[in-house]
Design a protein around this ligand. Structure first.
Ligand code: SAM
Length: 242
């Protein structure tokens, strides 16, 4: 589990630093995201939405929802109730604007809360998703256990997270891009210069593939499926509560 923090010289906890960082970058997070992934994240998010929709859930919780793009995708499915939870007020404010603009307040609600201490009762959701959120958790296993707790029996959790391609030349290209280019994008286009170094360093350090599958199973998930996206730049994990 990555111990890398956004502001390495600060003594503050990772959780507090992550919250500050996302509050700082909330205003241009969407633009930077599209720039960094060349818009490929749109397809990967749609894949997450499709996997969840196949289960016909009545309700969905999107943890670390950020600026709410997954919530908007879920609103196009037949799900009745969608909840987005995040620790950053700044990110939720952007999500809230999008929801209001589309008049989706009846279907989508937002909660300011920590993934490691969710404000929801046991067995309350048919599906939970986390896209590019888990590597920011201070205690990954605690966050995953909370997902398991709030999921209904047979409910599914779908995670989309960065991973590292293993084949030549994608592996080399990915390392070059993540170590050299991403921090430059951050320095040029973001007000928080350190944020994009943290995001790239933590992407290289975070467990992926089989290593994350082992963690999911240790926490109690079953039938974990690993679905690499674009040569393994990102990976989708589908895990079930037995
Ligand atoms: C990289 S952004 C991803 C946002 C969105 N899910 C997406 O796919 O664009 C990571 C998000 O995780 C949130 N986050 C980090 N740690 C969290 C925690 N412990 N509990 C809830 N949200 C958290 C951050 O505030 C941020 O909005």
């Amino acid at each position: 589990m990555t111990k890398i923090k956004p502001y390495s010289t600060s003594e503050e906890s990772k959780k507090s630093q992550v919250t500050t960082m996302f509050n700082n970058i909330a205003g241009n997070y969407d633009r930077m995201n599209k720039l960094i992934t060349f818009g490929m994240d749109i397809k990967w998010r749609k894949n997450v939405c499709r996997l969840i929709d196949q289960q016909n859930p009545k309700n969905i919780l999107d943890i670390a929802t950020g600026t709410g793009d997954m919530l908007l995708l879920y609103s196009k499915t037949s799900v009745h109730k969608i909840v987005g939870a995040d620790i950053s007020e700044g990110m939720l404010a952007v999500a809230n604007e999008k929801i209001k603009k589309r008049n989706l307040q009846n279907k989508i609600s937002l909660e300011l809360c920590d993934a490691e201490h969710l404000n929801f009762k046991d067995d309350s959701f048919d599906a939970v998703s986390v896209t590019y959120g888990i590597r920011n958790f201070e205690d990954l296993e605690k966050g995953l256990s909370e997902i398991l707790r709030v999921l209904n029996d047979n409910g599914i959790c779908v995670i989309l997270e960065t991973s590292v391609p293993e084949k030549f030349p994608f592996k080399q290209g990915y390392h070059f891009y993540t170590k050299r280019i991403m921090p430059i994008w951050g320095k040029l286009f973001s007000k928080d210069k350190k944020a994009y170094s943290y995001l790239s360093d933590s992407a290289l350090d975070f467990p992926y593939g089989r290593a994350l599958q082992i963690i999911l199973e240790r926490v109690g998930f079953q039938n974990v499926e690993i679905i690499p996206q674009a040569q393994g730049i990102s990976t989708i994990y589908v895990a079930q509560k037995g």
